[in-house]
Design a protein around this ligand. Structure first.
Ligand SMILES: Cc1cc2nc3c(=O)[nH]c(=O)nc-3n(C[C@H](O)[C@H](O)[C@H](O)COP(=O)(O)OP(=O)(O)OC[C@H]3O[C@@H](n4cnc5c(N)ncnc54)[C@H](O)[C@@H]3O)c2cc1C
Length: 473
């Protein structure tokens, strides 16, 4: 019998598991895909917003502000990148400047650091702002992260401390027994936390008629290659509209730039194909920026926002079914809010229901080995110890065989080509895997003791219990 079962291993499910792993409770995470961070968490703008624009009084506002303050320490603890790069919200003309005033007032009320820049100052910091930009609101507390890296690291550390993760496992049936739940006729658990993103309402419907409906809104992006010298130095937002934050230019932690997203209602909750939305992105981003190096585009992708019909995050224990906790409608700014959501759910809803002890010897994860940032001396020393770190597999992103083996042979380790790509980047560069993918397949097959034909982009079909991944190989 598990104490707590979390459904969904996106950023919210994984950070909740991570926080719970500090206690001695028995925790299980169920994820229908072949890896963590495969839902909205794997395809978004990767920004930790300052909290300047959610509506006052909403949970979105409360958790965004608190999450923004928590991220630097959380990323330090998990040994993943956090870059407090800052953002500009730019206005083109009088009407938009008036809208900036509302944001400025909200920054003052919410104690968010800000500066108002006239065109001259804004251009000095961002020379590629369009000729129409007249004013900018600078938000230095805006950060960028790699969302799946935070999620993988949180799950890895949770698993090092006893959390179990079951991948390729879709929750299709839940029964409420006297004082526990039975999932898919086989898993018994005292409490369930529903973190199923776009499918939160479907999961709730397995037990009772869901009090909310979740639909998806698609956002599409261009990804530009590493540039010689930066094209933008901050995140560039247009002035927001009722439809949201608008089309952004976002530098990534790894030196690329993303342009997007649009926001289009989508009938299919799992349809992440790109299409005509990219034309909209191109035309919109050209209003705030000029000299955009579209010829450096190496990739496009789309993400699906889990949009709830109640207008705000829905986070509470169910009012009819004790022990069933909703973490639903986590659309933007869900990434920014996730650490604060996890803290509130664990400390105020879940833990008070159990007798538990804090773990005395909590195990910290080690960071992925990153040769990209090493000096020649450091790299030579590493290669002397293990020659695999001298065998270059991905030339675009400079990833060695040693790094790929490292990300496979861990708790929550990579099991698929995409899993390796998300953890150490072969395939993220300008060849998009054209050169390195066959080598990655061979390494995966060798490390997992499989035939190369069994290695897939996104492995489906087998239930992999990963709590003892290394030992199970
Ligand atoms: C285009 C776009 C841009 C965004 N930009 C930002 C941004 O810059 N900053 C920000 O703060 N937020 C942003 N967001 C919002 C943010 O990405 C989400 O709020 C956040 O990732 C939601 O995380 P989650 O864990 O709740 O859901 P998800 O990441 O969607 O995770 C849910 C998981 O549940 C699993 N699941 C579903 N049903 C089942 C089932 N029956 N059984 C087992 N598993 C199941 C899914 O496979 C999935 O892995 C953006 C979102 C999008 C789409």
């Amino acid at each position: 019998m598990f104490d707590i079962t979390i459904i969904g291993a996106g950023i919210t499910g994984s950070l909740i598991a991570h926080r719970l792993s500090k206690s001695d409770l028995k925790v299980l995470v169920l994820e229908k895909e072949s890896d963590v961070a495969e839902g909205a968490t794997g395809a978004n703008s990767a920004m930790v917003h300052s909290g300047h624009d959610p509506k006052p009084g909403t949970l979105k506002c409360k958790y965004n502000l608190e999450g923004n303050r928590m991220y630097p320490d959380l990323c330090k603890q998990l040994q993943v990148a956090y870059n407090p790069i800052g953002a500009f919200v730019v206005a083109c003309g009088k009407q938009e400047e008036e809208k900036l005033e509302t944001l400025i007032k909200q920054c003052e009320e919410r104690k968010i650091p800000f500066e108002v820049l006239d065109r001259e100052k804004a251009i000095a910091a961002e020379p590629n702002l369009s000729d129409d930009v007249t004013k900018a609101l600078s938000l230095p507390s805006t950060g960028i992260i790699t969302p799946w890296e935070v999620t993988i690291a949180a799950m890895e550390e949770a698993m090092l401390n006893g959390t179990e993760l079951k991948l390729n496992y879709e929750v299709k049936k839940i029964e409420k027994k006297d004082d526990f739940f039975l999932i898919n006729d086989e898993i018994e658990t005292k409490l369930i936390i529903n973190c199923a993103g776009a499918h939160c309402d479907d999961v709730t419907n397995l037990l009772r008629e869901s009090p909310y409906k979740v639909t998806t809104r698609k956002g599409e992006y261009f990804v530009l290659d590493h540039l010689n010298g930066s094209f933008v130095n901050h995140v560039i937002y247009p002035t927001p509209t009722e439809k949201g934050k608008g089309v952004l230019a976002v530098p990534t932690v790894h030196g690329n730039v993303m342009l997007g997203p649009n926001s289009d209602d989508c009938d299919d909750k799992d349809d992440d194909a790109t299409g005509t939305g990219l034309d909209f992105v191109r035309s919109r981003v050209s209003k705030t920026l000029k000299n955009i190096p579209f010829h450096k585009m190496i990739h496009t992708f789309a993400g699906l926002r889990p949009h709830i019909d109640l207008g705000d995050f829905y986070i509470r224990e169910d009012d009819q079914i004790a022990g069933f906790v909703h973490v639903a409608g986590i659309e933007s700014p869900g990434l920014s809010a996730a650490p604060a959501i996890a803290k509130d759910v664990v400390d105020n809803i879940v833990l008070p229901k159990f007798d538990y002890k804090e773990k005395e010897n909590y195990i910290r994860r080690k960071p992925f080995i990153n040769t990209f940032d090493m000096s020649d001396e450091e790299l030579n020393e590493l290669i002397q110890k293990d020659p695999d770190f001298g065998k270059m597999i991905c030339r675009c992103e400079k990833v060695s065989m040693g790094q790929i083996k490292d990300v496979i042979n861990r708790k929550c380790g990579a099991r698929t080509i995409k899993g390796v790509k998300m953890r150490c980047r072969p395939g993220m560069g300008r060849c998009q895997g054209g050169f390195c993918e066959p080598e990655v397949v061979k390494i995966l097959a060798e490390q997992l003791h499989k035939d190369v034909k069994e290695i897939e982009l996104n492995e489906k079909g087998s239930n992999v219990f990963m709590s003892n991944a290394k030992e199970d190989l």
